[in-house]
Design a protein around this ligand. Structure first.
Ligand code: SAH
Length: 238
């Protein structure tokens, strides 16, 4: 039987461009307006797609990919705002877990970010959406050998470009977050609901602060090239 592919989702063209250029493409298929590129990356069957920014784009993309291509692992790659004093522009962050920090039913007494997921007749409350430990370990190991290391921790996801140091501090204090972005936890939720492992790999394009509107366009290309190089090095072991 043919090996199931690895699914790779980036929000923006710049985040998947280097991967698409490196991929031996066999087929491109459009579903829900998204173009899924199937082929081999470093000899490994992969499906690569640009989903567009934000949680709904990411969730629609992930669910479509899961149903159509049955990936054995879904990886979300891209750039993110750095959170906390230890995380700097150009650093890499691998998610241990993801949180939808803007899912808010706190007025009813629930902790911020708690999701309610259907399980048939049951419902499950979940805050930290899990990421695959084995895949994260491989990404961290490759990051160590190529770039001298990566951060490993919580990545926060919400439908906002964060350019406010107060918000960054809040995410650090509330969730011990290391990065903030707009897709990871939506993809992690889709994977969790389908029982498929996922990984989130981000390179820091900005500090989620006053400098972000200038830093994001200036550093996104460099950051996206870093994640692409790392993923190419790691994909054979995933
Ligand atoms: N119109 C813009 C939208 C980019 S939104 C464009 O397409 O160029 C920013 C993207 O980068 C999102 O996909 C998000 O995941 C990531 N990102 C980088 N820095 C971020 C920050 N400080 N806050 C939130 N998301 C960030």
């Amino acid at each position: 039987m043919e090996q199931k592919p690895i699914g790779i989702i980036g929000a923006m063209a710049s985040e998947v461009a280097a991967l698409l250029a490196a991929m031996k493409e066999e087929k491109a298929e459009e579903l829900a307006g998204l173009v899924f590129h199937s082929g081999a990356l470093e000899g490994v069957p992969c499906v690569v797609v640009e989903c567009g920014p934000g949680k709904v784009n990411a969730a629609v993309c992930a669910q479509t990919m899961l149903l159509r291509y049955s990936p054995r692992l879904v990886i979300n790659v891209g750039v993110a705002g750095g959170v906390g004093s230890q995380v700097h522009i150009g650093d890499l962050v691998v998610a241990a877990a993801c949180v939808q920090y803007d899912f808010d039913t706190t007025a009813m007494g629930d902790p911020l970010g708690t999701l309610f997921i259907r399980r048939g007749a049951e419902s499950e409350d979940i805050l930290l959406l899990p990421c695959c430990e084995e895949a994260a370990a491989v990404l961290l190991e490759e990051a160590r050998s190529i770039y001298g290391g990566a951060h490993f921790g919580v990545i926060c996801t919400g439908d906002a470009f964060v350019a406010d140091p107060e918000k960054g501090r809040f995410l650090d204090e509330t969730f011990q977050a290391q990065a903030v972005e707009m897709e990871g936890a939506a993809i992690a939720q889709a994977c969790y609901m389908n029982g498929v492992p996922c990984a989130v790999l981000r390179a820091i394009s900005d500090g989620a602060n006053d400098g972000s509107p200038v830093d994001f366009p200036a550093f996104t290309r460099m950051a996206a090239e870093k994640t692409s190089r790392l993923l190419r090095a790691a994909v054979g072991r995933l």
